[in-house]
Design a protein around this ligand. Structure first.
Ligand code: ADP
Length: 885
């Protein structure tokens, strides 16, 4: 249980992680494409704040228009009058959201009023408008293709000229305001910034020094300096103080121009205020804007948008958008955490979790907005949460459906199997019941044969229901038995006894021939169905057996039908043919073979054989391993059974044998030929009557030497076979003595070639376990080779020393050496290096393989280091015998 719990948890973790990655990737995709940027979603948490009361609005409203007519027709004198009154009341800044771009009647009066304002410390901001905005060539700014500026005479007298152009988002709402606009050579501020700077009494020439535009912000003078975040176009976010105002109530104080002109307002209304003059509450006014705060009410007049922008600067609570990186991180973290969590909890919890998260996000966004002025786009986190929920529920449901389907099918199989098994059992019960009713006897039983033929009672009733002797008699004779009160009737099917029915009749009731024949008739009736039921369960168990044999067999087994479609195969076949978890059942065999690493000609040949012959055997090679493929055709049911046996080792062995025989016969032919040749010579000499014994001796000696050559080859082959088959002793051997022994044997050969044979042997070495005579032969071979493959006057050094848990032997010569490419195959049987200088040297090519076999039988290692025409060193390492405790 523990293990499966952990498994489940681990699977869920994986599912969660994969879901998380999926959700994150998808959401990041949507996010990077700005798919969900519908700014309106950030509006609902726009929270108002108390204003500074510095900004008041003076409106051209219906109340004014009713008195003075359409404002487009007004003489400029009216504005002059207005300005004079505001100046007189002590206004600090008067900003006109009204364009004075063309000369008109009364301009003189307005000029005079502007001059008067300047004299009285009232700073006037005049409006300019631009059309078709586009990014400016330099800095975070925009520029307009077309502009309308105030009449130059006004502009000269005003404190600032500023743009009043507003900036709708994609949804038409105004959230952003330009900071500065590139206008010809000049940089012109937006109305709100110009008003703010005017309020601080910073003229354009001073402002250009104190207003510092940065890459992502504009810093305005304040205590401390006010940093306003801007985007690439220099747009900044307006923090709306509250809903649109009217003349009666609202965020800002609103006065009608008519009230100002008619002097109905208390004095000091405009004292030290920033007065924004513009259209408001005027019927048909075009300057009506959707804003984040107008979702709950009517649209806002453009002039009030400016008022809010100025208020943003005055209160020092500018907004900024959440950085992109943090947005992306939120999506990733949320996807992962939610998906992993959701994979662990039940779905009602998931839903609650999502809802809770959305609420937390809403609260978080509001808090971030009101405390830090950060505008979060909660749409992505919310969409991420919902999406994570959706994916989790989806994946969970599909897994659940799959699990159910699996369970159902398993249950069905189980049911089927048990039904098949119980079929026979149920039948037996029915038979026993029927028999009891039929005979109305208090005791009786039903017998059936087991697999070994022995009959056993499987259903009995009454106290002594079973009567072995009489049942057995009925079973063996196949005849109804009737003894006293006992009746035993065999159930026959195709001349075979399939069961015995016995019944014991009570003393009071006479057993009649009628009763007997009734039971016999019953036995006849049930015979067929009893046999069927038994066959049924037998087939089933045989099927099971077959399945077991298939899966346990060391051979690969594949059954295919006559159309060469695979019916079944075992794991071995799947492994050897690298079926890689693909189920090839029901598919053409060629598909499986084609998929396997078997080469094309081989599987084509198999196909051809299957089509042509009744049965065949073929060797196939798959990835360096050799298999014997046997195919048998079973005419009944039209099937082929293919078996595959791994005979790689066998094949290698037989290959070795063939090679040995070939080479041995080749190498033995020469000495044998020589022997025969000399024998013939001697024969001729005898025939010729020559009888100088010296002549005979020469030829006989040569014959003897040839015979010795042959014996050598045979001995070496035999030795190799002997060692390979594991005939080796494990006795304590002193390596110092062994090598001394070998040196004594070989010194003569070295002397013959005038070679120096040096040795460095220690006094004593730990004992090894091994076969003394085999070791002597192996090391003789190595030192012998060194002598053999080193020219006259050469030098051979033999070293022996203790190296950790091994004894190390080295024999170094300065002889012919071995080319690098030959060094790897050096130790294989019959391999000989053929170079110009060594081709005359006699040998069998068996010596080194013999040495290697001996060393490996001692669990040691052998290797060579050689430079062609420089000399060779052969190394041997043998493990020291373990010290007995
Ligand atoms: P044989 O000496 O009978 O040819 P071996 O199995 O002993 O067979 O050696 C295989 C081959 O390895 C030799 O034919 C020889 O070319 C090369 N060889 C063995 N020992 C040396 C050695 N010390 N220096 C150069 N070549 C050697």
């Amino acid at each position: 249980m523990m293990g499966s719990d952990r498994d489940v948890r681990r699977t869920r973790l994986w599912i969660g992680l994969i879901n998380g990655v999926l959700v994150a990737v998808l959401m990041l995709g949507l996010w990077s494409q700005n798919f969900l940027v519908q700014p309106r979603f950030t509006d609902w948490y726009h929270i108002g704040y108390p204003t500074t009361d510095r900004v008041v609005l003076v409106a051209i409203d219906d109340y004014t228009i009713r008195e003075y007519g359409a404002y487009q027709d007004w003489s400029r004198e009216r504005y002059a009058d207005l300005l004079d009154r505001l100046v007189a009341d002590g206004a600090r800044v008067v900003a006109f959201d009204i364009l004075f771009s063309e000369p008109r009647t009364g301009d003189d009066a307005l000029e005079a009023a502007l001059a008067n304002a300047a004299d009285n410390e009232t700073r006037v901001v005049l409006a300019a408008v631009g059309f078709e905005p586009q990014p400016a060539e330099t800095g975070n700014m925009i520029q307009f293709v077309d502009e309308l500026r105030p009449v130059p005479a006004f502009a000269d007298l005003a404190f600032y000229t500023a743009f009043v152009t507003t900036w709708p988002d994609r949804d038409g709402a105004i959230r952003r305001s330009p900071s500065q606009v590139q206008s010809g050579e000049q940089t012109v501020y937006n109305l709100s910034i110009a008003s703010y700077l005017s309020f601080l009494n910073l003229s354009p020439s001073i402002a250009s020094q104190v207003v510092t535009p940065g890459p992502a912000s504009v810093t305005l003078p304040d205590q401390p300096p006010l940093e306003v975040a801007v985007d690439a176009q220099g747009l900044w976010l307006i923090n709306y103080a509250g809903p649109p105002s009217t003349r009666d109530e609202g965020t800002f104080a609103v006065y009608s121009i008519r009230d100002v002109l008619e002097n109905t307002l208390p004095p000091g209304t405009f004292d030290e205020k920033i007065v924004l003059v513009g259209l408001m509450d005027a019927e048909g006014a075009v300057d009506q804007r959707v804003t984040p705060v107008s979702g709950r009410g009517q649209p806002m007049a453009g002039v009030e948008v400016h008022a809010n922008a100025i208020e943003t600067l005055l209160t020092g609570i500018p907004l900024r958008e959440e950085p992109r990186l943090s947005q992306a991180l939120t999506i990733v973290v949320l996807s992962m955490v939610l998906s992993v969590t959701m994979a662990r909890v039940r779905w009602p919890v998931m839903t609650m979790l999502t809802v809770a998260l959305v609420c937390v996000w809403a609260v978080y966004a509001s808090v971030m907005f009101s405390v830090a002025g950060i505008v979060l786009n909660p749409l992505y986190p919310i969409a991420t949460s919902l999406f994570a929920l959706l994916v989790s529920v989806g994946v969970r449901t599909s897994l659940e459906v799959r699990r159910r389907r699996n369970t159902e099918s398993m249950l069905k199989t189980l049911q089927q199997v048990s039904e098949e098994q119980t079929e026979f059992e149920r039948l037996l019960t029915l038979i026993a019941e029927d028999l009891r009713l039929l005979t109305d006897s208090p005791e009786g039983s039903v017998w059936i044969p087991l697999e070994d033929g022995e009959f056993v009672p499987v259903r009995s009733w009454g106290v002594h229901g079973e009567y072995p002797e009489i049942s057995l008699k009925a079973a063996t004779t196949g005849q109804t038995q009737w003894e006293g009160r006992l009746l035993a009737v065999p159930v026959m099917w195709q001349q075979l006894v399939k069961g015995v029915l016995t019944a014991h009749f009570p003393p009071v009731r006479l057993m009649t021939a009628e009763a007997r024949s009734r039971v016999e008739r019953f036995a006849l009736q049930i015979a067929a169905s009893m046999e069927n039921a038994r066959l049924f369960s037998e087939t089933h168990s045989q099927n099971e057996l077959l399945r077991g044999v298939l899966s346990e067999s060391p051979a690969g087994i594949m059954v295919i039908d006559d159309a060469l479609n695979i019916q079944r195969y075992n794991d071995r076949v799947a492994e050897w043919l690298e079926m890689d978890g693909i189920d090839f059942t029901g598919q053409p065999m060629s598909a499986a073979l084609e998929h396997s690493p078997m080469d094309r000609p081989t599987w084509k040949a198999i196909g051809t054989n299957l089509m042509q012959s009744g049965q065949f055997r073929q060797e196939v090679t798959v990835r360096n391993r050799t298999y014997q493929l046997d195919a048998v055709h079973i005419p009944l049911g039209g099937r082929w059974v293919l078996t595959m046996s791994d005979i790689t080792d066998l094949a290698e062995l037989s290959e070795l044998k063939t090679r040995m025989i070939r080479i041995a016969s080749h190498d033995m032919k020469n000495p044998l030929g020589r022997i025969i040749g000399y024998a013939e010579l001697i024969q001729e000499m005898i025939d010729d009557g020559e009888n100088d014994p010296e002549d005979y001796r020469l030829y006989v000696n040569r014959m003897i030497r040839s015979g010795e050559d042959m014996t050598n080859i045979i001995t070496e082959i035999l030795d190799l076979e002997h060692i390979r088959s594991g005939h080796i002793k494990h006795e304590p051997v002193d390596m110092v003595n062994t090598i001394r022994d070998v040196l004594e044997r070989t010194r003569f050969d070295a002397d013959q070639k005038n070679q120096t044979l040096k040795d460095t042997l220690p006094e004593q070495l730990p004992i090894i376990l091994g076969d003394f005579s085999q070791l002597v032969q192996a090391f003789s071979n190595l030192i012998g080779n060194a002598i053999k493959y080193t020219p006259e006057e050469g030098e051979i050094q033999v070293r022996l020393y203790h190296d950790g848990s091994n004894i190390r032997f080295e024999v170094q010569d300065n002889g012919y050496g071995i080319p690098k490419d030959a060094q790897t195959t050096l130790f294989t049987e019959f391999y000989r290096v053929h170079t110009e200088r060594t081709k005359h040297i006699k040998g069998t090519g068996l010596g080194l393989s013999l040495v290697k076999a001996v060393i490996e039988a001692h669990e040691g290692r052998i290797w060579v280091d050689s430079d062609y025409e420089q000399g060779s060193t052969f190394f041997v390492e043998l493990p020291v015998a373990p010290v007995e405790a």
